[in-house]
Design a protein around this ligand. Structure first.
Ligand code: MG
Length: 248
């Protein structure tokens, strides 16, 4: 069912096999249903600064740094980058508001998939542009004993955020992995771009309001409409990987 997608990945990356060892999970919109809070926080704070952002824009730009997002809006509305002071003020307010909101739930289907992946001997890792201080406790609370802190990539580990490939290249480095030894699970177009740029097989889950085509254009190898749909199809993907590795 997914053989074609696997074979075209191998061809494009001049790889003979996908020897799966690790699954690299993005966090917002993949592990946690946190994007609606980000949308609310961005639009409220920007409104107070006489700026506006649509829901689609928040999803389209997910993964960008706070500064990058603020400059994008400032360029559109004022035709210039935001000043350092504006960036600092807006981003601080946005982070505070986001932090004060009811804590987002796990994305439906995410925990089941993680348990399955672990039982298969694969290593789950988190690769996020987030730099929230409470990140570790949050992951430990909702996904107990699932992720190794040493193998995590956050905003503090990289110079360039997504869509630059650095976050996923850093994950490969930390996990001592070759690109064909991992699969990425992403929901954001810029995240998909980053993962594909790092040469990793990328599964997109379209958990937001964007057109599926946006994720396909970013280079996703397979696209699902939810984490649950991905979890339901995981066994088929695993079987197709084995098939593609043995039938040439
Ligand atoms: Mg995300």
């Amino acid at each position: 069912m997914y053989k074609q997608q696997i074979l075209s990945y191998l061809k494009k990356n001049k790889s003979s096999k996908l020897k799966l060892k690790a699954i690299l999970f993005d966090m917002d919109g993949v592990l946690f249903d946190s994007m609606p809070n980000h949308v609310k926080a961005w639009s409220e704070v920007l409104k107070n600064h006489n700026l506006s952002i649509s829901k689609e824009e928040v999803y389209m730009n997910e993964g960008r740094t706070g500064k990058g997002t603020i400059n994008m809006i400032s360029q559109r509305e004022f035709g210039r980058d935001a000043t350092d002071q504006e960036v600092e003020e807006i981003y601080k307010q946005k982070s505070e508001l986001f932090g004060s909101m009811p804590k987002p739930d796990r994305m439906k289907g995410a925990y089941g998939l993680l348990l399955k992946v672990k039982s298969e001997g694969l290593t789950p890792m988190v690769v996020t542009g987030s730099g929230q201080k409470s990140l570790l406790e949050k992951l430990q609370k909702h996904f107990p004993n699932t992720f190794d802190e040493e193998l995590m990539v956050t905003a503090f580990d990289v110079k360039h955020g997504k869509p630059h490939p650095e976050p996923y290249l850093m994950a490969l480095k930390k996990g001592n992995l070759a690109p064909n030894e991992a699969i990425v699970i992403e929901n954001a177009p810029l995240g998909v771009e980053s993962a594909v740029g790092a040469g990793i097989f990328t599964i997109a889950v379209n958990t937001g309001p964007l057109d599926t085509k946006v994720l396909a254009d970013a280079g996703a190898n397979i696209i699902f409409e939810s984490m649950q749909e991905l979890a339901d199809n995981w066994d088929i993907i695993r079987n197709d990987l084995i098939y593609c590795n043995t039938h040439k």
